[in-house]
Ligand binder design. Structure first.
Ligand code: GDP
Ligand code: MN
Length: 390
């Protein structure tokens, strides 16, 4: 789960990680009032959406007067912001963050992410702040430093010194400040079960202080039960509506850009099914795991969600009956064709518990455009052929 920049900064502030002062608003008058309260003389008007690259997209602008705060807020609030991290449709800006303008002497990049290879969180930093870090990694990888921190040991002085030296920070006060900054950031990363924190840019001010000018945070969904305060920060309007709808029914759905809808039980089998479709020359339109507790209603819902995607030319149902018995899936398919107009070929491969019964149920139902696959390869091949109109 991701949160907004202003929310990340609230968490930063709670842990003593310095950030500029700011106020989140949802209207132009509130923006002007917030700016008055902050005092100025320079403000930054920032679009709050769950995507980076807002600056380049025109969603972050500097205001030098209250009049400008008003004009820029009018411009940014309600705009559809397209950045390299949104899709082509972009994101509607419904919230603004009005922030104190910072005195920027230097810009850095700083993040904490999980290094899967090292099996520990790693602080990643660079002197090339304010830029697209992917480009820095591509063109000048030597300018990126990594400081892995073993969670059993926690953040220690030597981690901090490695970071400060790596960033070429030699001034004693500045060293002390960056070490304290990173130490607090690491603590909040661990205590909140964050998956990633990214600050780009982290800036050094004229007085040698470090400030998080930007703040992106993502969390481990499986740990949200321990963090009701963070779960409460969820903004459903920022998430894919179909994925949110699917989750209500216990379905894990991720939209993709291919043309074969997939309905599978188990994440591993879902991945395998998508690979097999690719192998047979097709492209999956989604990942959909109906899970272990699927019933006719949830399966019907799955069809509905898959069919919302106009690119879907065929649906491949690949279920291994264990916890979900195949006959329940078969009933779900029949039910779905009653509720939803399934106007594309449906290829069904059912195996495992009650597979023969399921096959009987499907045959008896006598649904046109329902094709039975004998095994995974056969089902995938038939789905690819059906999607191609063969
Ligand atoms: P992102 O583009 O979504 O990553 O949004 P950022 O929060 O990083 O803002 C984009 C850019 O706006 C930053 O890289 C800064 O250069 C600039 N910016 C943000 N806050 C301030 C500020 O307080 N003062 C000045 N001068 N520039 C700022
Ligand atoms: Mn940024």
């Amino acid at each position: 789960m991701n949160i907004h920049e202003y929310q990340a900064k609230q968490i930063f502030a709670k842990y003593g990680v310095p950030t500029p002062k700011g106020i989140m608003v949802e209207s132009v008058p509130a923006a002007v009032k917030a700016a008055e309260e902050l005092g100025g003389p320079v403000w930054v008007v920032k679009a709050q959406i769950h995507a980076g690259g807002r600056g380049l997209g025109g969603g972050v602008k500097l205001a030098k007067s209250l009049e400008e705060v008003k004009e820029l807020s009018e411009e940014i609030l309600g705009m559809t912001l397209v950045t390299h991290q949104t899709d082509a449709a972009g994101k509607l800006v419904q919230k603004l963050y009005i922030e104190d303008g910072a005195d920027i002497q230097a810009e850095y990049y700083l993040s904490v992410v999980l290094d899967r290879k090292l099996e520990m969180p790693s602080i990643v930093a660079s002197t090339e702040g304010g830029m697209n870090i992917e480009d820095v990694a591509e063109n000048t990888p030597e300018k990126i430093i990594k400081v892995p921190v073993d969670p059993a040991v926690g953040f220690q002085g030597f981690h901090g010194r490695e970071l400060a030296f790596g960033l070429g920070i030699t001034d004693k006060t500045e060293q002390k400040n960056i070490i304290s900054f990173a130490s607090k950031l690491f603590k909040l990363y661990m205590e909140n079960d964050a998956e990633m924190i990214e600050i780009n840019p982290l800036v050094r001010t004229g007085s040698g202080e470090f400030l998080a000018l930007d703040g992106k945070m993502g969390f481990d969904n499986s740990a949200l039960g321990r963090h009701p305060d963070i779960e409460a920060m969820r903004d459903l309007s920022e998430e894919d509506a179909d994925e949110v709808e699917a989750a209500k029914y216990g379905l894990s759905y991720v939209a993709l850009d291919g043309e074969i809808g997939c309905m599978v039980n188990g994440a591993g089998l879902a991945m395998g099914t998508m690979d097999t479709i690719n192998h047979m020359g097709g492209t999956p339109a989604n990942f959909l795991d109906v899970g272990g507790s699927a019933n006719a209603e949830t399966v019907a819902k799955g069809f509905e969600i898959i069919l919302k995607n106009p690119n879907v030319k065929a649906i491949f149902v690949n279920i291994f009956g264990g916890i979900v018995r195949c006959d329940r899936i078969a009933n779900g398919i029949i039910e779905a064709t009653k509720i939803t107009d399934v106007n594309v070929p449906v290829i069904v491969r059912l195996d495992g518990t009650n597979a023969p019964e399921a096959s009987q149920i499907l045959k008896k139902a006598n649904i046109s455009n329902l094709i039975v696959g004998d095994d995974l390869a056969d089902g995938a091949a038939k789905a690819v052929a059906a999607a191609k109109g063969n």
